[in-house]
Structure formats: structure tokens, C-alpha cells
Design a protein around this ligand. Structure first.
Ligand SMILES: *Cc1c(COP(=O)(O)O)cnc(C)c1O
Length: 396
């Protein structure tokens, strides 16, 4: 799964190009940088690879999400519908623009249940944000239809699913905007970094300015730029972009390796009665960073995850995990912030002190996701597949 496993000469070469000139900033210094523009090159490479018109890099996936929300005009009083199962960064970004997160249940796609989305729409709803968890896609046709019907924005948090597709289109490129994370454990890494992609020029221009203090990047030098709106510093550095450039060129190799390994694991596990798999609305587009499956009962899943870990196999049992599922997000539920929420948001957050999500619990408590690593040899993959079957059987 994580690109850092195959870090090597290619990444070092790209970083060294930057170190040779010493120009580590992505803008300006046109003379001394001697034609080295790693961030620009990576943005073009992502556009080409994902067949999307615009890419804006950012300093992280969280910064990319915040930027996308700002560029889409989301802010105070606006409700953004998002799933109960995601990484905490998804709601952090909603708060960072002052908007209101509306958490709704997930289904067996491990992200937004379209029926739950429709039921949560109010006159204040502005956007729906599916999170393409664990390398694969939400039910985008259904979600797009809802957005169209209710005139809502579709923002794809594709931070965990770089390179995955839905019906031939890159995840992230289907909604009004999509975001990626290139942090250290993602499909490809920049060490830290992220990106917003969109086919909407206006959204892109706003992302470009927002990530760099509102600069319009049209002046003859930075001092001569105008500032049509207030932005922040969510820039990526040339050093980080250089790592990403080497990594994006390896994407197809990563995906092929993951898909091969995942197929072996999945076929092995399919022989175990009681095991069912995450529903993939377009199986061919799965980036295969994880194999996600269900057991009939929560206790069996908890026991199987423990047995997998004891056998040396990585296993995420998200139901008990502090980062990815609402059950353990006490800071979210209690609204523990360092600077006060605006009054409307504070009031809207009150419901989470007690709100329960039994439909999500019924999914997540039975789910185990096992990451697919890039560094395993063929023999190791076979051994791991056998251990996986044994561990899961022991819990049933
Ligand atoms: C990793 C991740 C992010 C945030 O990315 P960072 O680069 O770590 O800030 C956002 N959403 C999801 C679903 C993620 O997994």
C-alpha cells in the first residue's frame, strides 16, 4: 500500500535536482532555479495520469480539503454531509472553513449510504462529501444523482484512493472537486503533501490563490501579484513535490502489484464460509490498497483481527480504532476546540453528544481491513494468504 516502501534512486534523483540549485520554493526565483519546477511538473503529471484538467498541490491532504471547500464557497451556516467512517481530517477541514459537518451512516461500500444522505438533506445542505475509503469507491452514480436532484456540490475526499477509478474516470475527477493526500502512508507519498483536482477553471484559480496567501500569480514577480481574496499558506515545497514526481511515475507499478496480491488474498478468503466482502460499485477501478471484508458478528471480527495480529498480519478493526470511526471520536462528540465554534456551529454540534449510529455500527463492527503491502515477495504473499485464512477461521 504505501509508496514509501519503494523509495529509491528515482526519488533521490528528483530531490537532488532541487538540492543542486537550492531553490526549495515552488514560486519565483526564475533565474537561479535553472528551469527546475518540480511542483509544476507534478501538477502536470497528475493531470495527465488522471485525465483531469486542473491540479493544485497543497502542503497536506487536510490543507487540500480545506482549500477545496473554500474554493467551492463552503463556509459558515453551510451543512456538508459526510460519513461516520473516515479519517479525522475530513471533519477537521469542515471546521476549518466554519461549516457544519452532518455525519450520516455508511453502508457496505464503507462510505455514504445514498438513502441516509437523502434523508439528511435540509435547506442548509450545500455539499455531499463521500470519502473513498481504503482504496476504493463510493456509489458515485447514486450520490451524483442526489446532488443533481437537490442542487448540491459533490466533493470527493479521495485522499486514500489515488489512482482508483469509477467507470473509467479517476476518483476525485467526478465531483465538483476531489482531493488527495500524499502523506507518508498513502498510495504515493511526498512525505507530506496533497492535491485538489477539478475540471472547473474557476475552482482551480481559487485553489491556486488560496494555497498561497491569495496571490493571483499574474504579476511579473511576487511583489507585483494582486490579491483578489484572502488566502493562507498551504504551499507544497519543491523538495516534497520532487519525491511525489518520482512516486507518481511508479503508480502503475504499485497498482499492478497491489491488485495481484489482493486477488490472491481475496480468493483464499472467499473459501471461508461466513466471510463477505466490501461492495465495490466498480471492482475494476479498485486501487487494491486494502482488502476489506465482513464477518457475520462483531465479536467474531474483533477476535479475527486479534488472531491476524498474533499471526503477524496487519489488521485494522476500525470499530475500536480512535482515528477512523465516530464511536471513539470523543473530541468531536464533545466539540473540544481550542478556539470557540461560532454560535450556530456550536449549537449544531450539540446533537453529537448523544447521537447514535446503529446502522454504521452494524457495518463497521463486523469489518476488518487488511492493508496490501508492496514489499512482500510472491512466496510471502502465499504464506500470508494461508495465515489469513487460518486466523479468520479460528474466530468463526
Ligand atoms: C490521510 C487522509 C486525509 C488527510 O491527509 P493528510 O495529508 O494526512 O493531511 C484526509 N482524508 C482521508 C480520508 C485520509 O485518509
Amino acid at each position: 500500500m504505501p509508496g514509501y516502501e519503494l523509495f529509491g534512486a528515482e526519488e533521490r534523483k528528483e530531490v537532488n535536482d532541487v538540492l543542486e540549485t537550492g531553490i526549495m520554493m515552488r514560486y519565483g526565483f526564475d533565474g537561479p532555479r535553472k528551469g527546475i519546477w518540480k511542483a509544476k511538473e507534478l501538477e502536470q503529471a497528475i493531470c495527465d495520469k488522471l485525465n483531469v484538467q486542473y491540479t493544485q498541490l497543497a502542503s497536506s491532504g487536510t490543507a487540500a480539503l480545506t482549500t477545496a471547500m473554500a474554493a467551492l464557497g463552503l463556509g459558515a451556516g453551510d451543512e456538508i454531509i459526510m460519513p461516520t467512517f473516515t479519517f479525522v481530517a475530513s471533519f477537521e477541514s469542515v471546521f476549518s472553513v466554519g461549516a457544519t459537518p452532518v455525519l450520516v451512516d455508511v453502508d457496505d461500500t464503507l462510505t455514504l449510504d445514498p438513502k441516509a444522505v437523502e434523508a439528511a438533506i435540509t435547506p442548509r445542505t450545500r455539499a455531499v462529501m463521500p470519502v473513498h475509503m481504503c482504496g476504493a469507491m463510493a456509489d458515485l452514480d447514486a450520490l451524483q444523482a442526489i446532488c443533481k436532484k437537490h442542487n448540491l456540490l459533490l466533493l470527493e475526499d479521495a485522499c486514500q484512493s489515488f489512482g482508483a477509478t469509477y467507470k473509467g474516470k479517476a476518483l476525485g475527477s467526478i465531483g465538483d472537486a476531489g482531493t488527495f493526500s500524499f502523506d507518508f502512508v498513502k498510495t504515493i507519498t511526498c512525505a507530506e503533501g496533497g492535491a485538489i483536482i477539478t475540471n472547473n477553471k474557476d475552482v482551480y484559480i481559487k485553489c491556486d490563490g488560496y494555497t498561497d496567501h491569495g496571490h493571483d500569480h499574474l504579476g511579473v514577480d511576487r511583489g507585483a501579484d494582486l490579491h483578489p481574496f484572502i488566502g493562507y499558506n498551504y504551499r507544497i515545497s519543491e523538495l516534497h513535490a520532487a519525491v511525489g514526481l518520482a512516486q507518481v511515475r511508479k503508480l502503475d507499478t504499485f497498482l499492478a502489484m497491489q491488485r495481484k496480491t489482493k486477488k490472491i488474498f481475496k480468493e483464499a478468503l472467499a473459501t471461508v464460509p461466513g466471510v463477505t466482502f466490501r461492495r465495490l460499485p466498480d471492482e475494476a477501478g479498485d486501487s487494491a490498497t486494502f482488502l476489506s471484508f465482513f464477518l457475520p458478528e462483531a465479536e467474531q471480527a474483533r477476535k479475527a483481527a486479534a488472531a491476524m495480529k498474533a499471526a503477524g498480519l496487519p489488521a485494522f478493526y476500525y470499530y475500536d480504532n480512535n482515528w477512523h470511526y465516530i464511536r471513539q471520536w470523543d473530541h468531536f462528540r464533545n466539540g473540544d476546540v481550542l478556539t470557540p465554534f461560532a454560535p450556530g456551529l456550536k449549537q449544531a454540534m450539540e446533537i453529537y453528544k448523544t447521537k447514535q449510529f446503529p446502522a454504521s455500527d452494524a457495518i463497521i463492527s463486523r469489518n476488518i481491513s487488511t492493508p496490501i503491502n508492496l514489499s512482500w515477495s510472491d512466496t510471502e504473499v502465499q504464506e500470508r494468504a494461508e495465515k489469513l485464512v487460518k486466523a479468520v477461521k479460528s474466530a468463526l
